[in-house]
Design a protein around this ligand. Structure first.
Ligand code: ASP
Length: 365
């Protein structure tokens, strides 16, 4: 099908480049983005020291991924390298420093997806695996199942070489206090957490492959084996080389209901298909019914604003239902974009074309 679209109007050759941060269509390139959660993150609530610490942590995670991609490593390796680093950092709600369940334990959720094969691995309710994202990767590699839970996931972990720790190893005083405050004052998890500290990463590698990963402790005071969006393929995590890679953070129940990550990728794929179709249809035919002009599909391009609009529209659906949060989205078309309907989101992005930035607060702050 795509081969047919190699024949398209020459004028459309002018479409790419502008606004693409120096990207040249067809040129090998990589792109990487991370998040460390979205939420009520405002400059006035953060000391200069705290801000510097978050920036340093985001910088380190960004660097872990970009170093791999620059050397020609895979999107999957870049995503796992950044996430394992953030899982060990108690500032984020993943691995060590994850939030507490109602019962005072820590239960992790994590997922990974490979955009080339659409292979995926996910785990929920694990309690002794130091790096849940690596367990998700083992599930994906093993290939028989996509999603393992609780005791079964732990027993699968026994068959791997992954590092195990006591559940207490993940605990931090700050998170314990959040749970205690929640119980004592009958608060919701949103009141005590103020922000979602889930971590995630999305990557495009030099081979053109996409990957996405997300890891979290969920939401403070979660009960009854609650599973958030992070490990649900299509909700908090999704990757498909035909469109994009997405990792989400936010109020998981709403992200599951909207199917956020896959919805963004599907809209983007259909938009791209439509663009190809429109270009094809616009080519005039000669007297014998053959196209008069030749153009390669790689000369067509979705603008960053198109992708931003799609992500914003899906996040607006989350908001309409009453939820909030954010996403990072990378695609073959240019630098990753961020979309969030919270005051801030810990985030960073970097590309082979030289763009590199870290952000915490919302626009204008
Ligand atoms: N999305 C996660 C969940 O609902 C929470 C977060 O983003 O921190 O489990």
């Amino acid at each position: 099908m795509r081969a047919i679209f190699a024949l398209v109007l020459a004028a459309i050759l002018a479409v790419p480049a502008a606004g693409q941060e120096g990207y040249d269509p067809g040129e090998p390139r990589w792109s990487f983005a991370i998040h460390g959660g979205a939420g009520t993150i405002r400059r006035e609530n953060m000391s200069a020291k705290q801000e510097a610490e978050y920036r340093a942590a985001l910088d380190a995670a960004l660097k872990a991924g970009e170093d791999i991609l620059r050397e020609g490593g895979s999107a999957m390796d870049a995503v796992t390298a950044a996430i394992t680093l953030m899982e060990d950092d108690p500032k984020f709600n993943a691995g060590r420093g994850a939030v507490f369940t109602w019962d005072g334990t820590i239960e992790h959720d994590a997922a990974l997806m490979d955009g080339q094969t659409r292979a995926a691995g996910a785990v929920t309710g694990t309690s002794t695996v130091r790096h849940p994202i690596l367990l998700a990767r083992e599930v994906m590699r093993h290939g028989r199942h996509v999603f393992l839970s609780g005791a079964g996931a732990e027993s699968f972990a026994d068959s791997t070489d992954l590092e195990r720790v006591d559940n207490e190893w993940f605990a931090t005083d700050a998170r314990r206090q959040s749970l205690e405050r929640m119980k004592a004052q009958a608060l919701s998890s949103l009141d005590v957490d103020l922000k979602f500290g889930t971590v995630g990463a999305v990557a495009l590698d030099l081979d053109g492959n996409l990957a996405a990963g997300t890891s979290t402790g969920g939401m403070t005071g979660k009960r009854w084996g609650r599973i958030g969006d992070a490990p649900v393929i299509g909700a908090g995590t999704y990757a498909d080389n035909r469109s994009c890679a997405v990792s989400a953070t936010g109020w998981g129940e709403y992200f599951i209901r909207v199917g956020v990550a896959q919805e963004i990728c599907t809209r983007l794929r259909l938009r791209w298909d439509q663009m190809l179709q429109d270009a094809h249809d616009s080519v005039p035919m000669d007297g014998e019914g053959n196209p008069q002009y030749v153009i390669h599909a790689s000369e067509l391009w979705l603008e960053a604003q198109d992708i931003q609009d799609i992500a914003d529209a899906v996040l607006a659906e989350v908001q309409d239902l009453g939820g909030d949060g954010g996403v990072i989205v990378t695609s073959p078309f240019g630098p990753a974009i961020f979309s969030f309907n919270t005051p801030g989101m810990y985030r960073g992005r970097v590309t082979s074309a030289g763009l590199r930035e870290i952000g915490i607060f919302g626009k204008g702050e």
